[in-house]
Design a protein around this ligand. Structure first.
Ligand code: SF4
Ligand code: SF4
Length: 409
């Protein structure tokens, strides 16, 4: 695609990167076939190709309107288009640059601004989020249906976290919303890794990975969260006390693996960011398949592979293989590449599209009659839980239960 970027961005690092990405697009439209927002809305401007065109115009200095912003807001940042594109267009990186430019040039309506700033303030604060969640659950009968569906009916207790006893240690990210919504996930990961000879530890003071605020387009505040998290982890990393940083939420994983790019222009943090990204692994990458004992037949599980796992981190089939090895029958899922509609705060800001995508995803997940749905990301888990007819769990909880049943009493 030919581009002539405007003076305000041409000679910046973002401008050069955006131009290189735009030039790769040959406008073939293959990406529209796997774009969830295009599938729901059917408008080319809600497809990757249409959005690339809108961003190109904005970067060339054409007037930016709320309509431009709306089409970018409707993008789930699922990056299915990147997986499909034969020309290697890095849409995810471009949309970060494009959104920042559009945000500056098209002021949002006051209510939209307020909703976004409340989310950006409240969600990354673990204690505040836990408090509000607790209040919401108490007031559940009084809440409107849409909000009610967002609240988990019950939160399973975390269970035992084994004391560190192994020479091999890995660092886990507690995250911001996961400790309140599903405290059992990291504890289950700690129990499974403990059986494999690895102690999982959390660093005091480690908070949000920055994805929430970054994707709400508070990009600089998101970077502040990233730097704060690096600072919390750094002493353990610098002393070589941990061999990996383990992500139990693929949405956080894709972001932390990308610190190397997101902080590349920060002279104080770029080297630390590169080291942190290199150490970061999805949980499914650190649980060796051969370490899982072949299990007796268990229930039927449909695995919902989060976009941040399959498109963002390009990890496919690893969770399914581990569940199958433990004895679960992993059922086939139609259109497994499509987003479930969660996408961080998208489900709150674009509820209609999000609900439609969830209905479609649940129809395909439940088609083969599974006993349970498994996933690898807290956002998808709580979103699907709101309407699923079977329990929705993190896959490590299933593996933890399967392994514990094999242990002698
Ligand atoms: S598939 Fe790739 S090259 Fe084709 S229109 Fe989409 S982004 Fe452009
Ligand atoms: S990131 Fe997802 S929603 Fe956005 S344009 Fe690409 S495929 Fe469509």
């Amino acid at each position: 695609m030919q581009t002539r970027l405007a003076d305000f961005i041409r000679d910046t690092a973002e401008g050069r990167e955006a131009e290189a990405i735009l030039r790769k697009c040959v406008h073939c439209g293959l990406c529209t076939a796997t774009c969830p927002s295009y599938q729901v809305l059917g408008d080319d401007l809600d497809s990757p190709r249409g959005r690339l065109y809108l961003m190109k115009r904005a970067l060339e200095g054409a007037p930016v309107t709320r309509k431009t912003q709306l089409h970018l807001d409707r993008c789930l940042t699922c990056r299915a288009c990147e997986t499909t594109c034969p020309s290697g267009v890095r849409y995810g990186r471009l949309v970060d640059i494009g959104r920042a430019v559009v945000e500056e040039r098209a002021p949002r309506r006051p209510l939209d601004r307020l909703a976004r700033s409340l989310l950006a303030f409240g969600l990354p604060r673990r204690r505040l989020f836990g408090f509000v969640l607790g209040l919401g659950r108490l007031a559940r009968p009084l809440l409107p249906g849409a909000l009610k569906a967002k609240l988990p009916r019950a939160v399973a207790p975390a269970g035992e976290w084994p004391a560190p006893r192994h020479a091999r240690r890995m660092l886990a990210l507690a995250g911001c919303v996961q400790p309140s919504l599903a405290p059992s996930v990291n504890a289950a990961a700690a129990r499974v890794l403990d059986q494999l000879g690895i102690s999982l530890v959390e660093a005091p003071g480690a908070g949000c990975c920055g994805a929430l605020r970054f994707h709400l387009n508070y990009q600089e505040k998101g970077r502040e969260d990233m730097r704060a998290l690096i600072d919390a982890w750094w002493p353990l990393v610098e002393r070589g006390e941990v061999e990996a940083i383990v992500m139990t939420a693929s949405g956080c994983g894709v972001t932390v693996k990308d610190y190397v790019h997101l902080l590349a222009h920060d002279a104080d943090y770029r080297e630390k960011a590169a080291r942190i990204s290199a150490l970061t692994k999805d949980l499914s990458e650190v649980v060796p398949l051969e370490a899982i004992a072949q299990g007796a037949a268990r229930g039927r599980v449909a695995f919902q592979s989060p976009c941040t796992l399959q498109h963002g981190q390009e990890i496919r089939g690893t969770v399914e293989a581990r569940l199958a090895r433990a004895g679960f029958e992993v059922t086939p899922v139609r259109d497994a590449h499509l987003c479930c509609g969660s996408a961080g705060t998208y489900s709150l800001l674009q509820p209609a599209i999000s609900r439609e995508l969830r209905s479609r995803k649940l129809a395909s997940l439940q088609e083969s009659g599974p006993d349970c749905i498994a996933t690898a990301n807290i956002g998808c888990l709580s979103h699907l839980q709101g309407a699923a007819q079977v329990p929705v769990r993190h896959w490590i909880e299933l593996l933890d239960e399967a392994l514990r049943r094999k242990m002698p009493a």
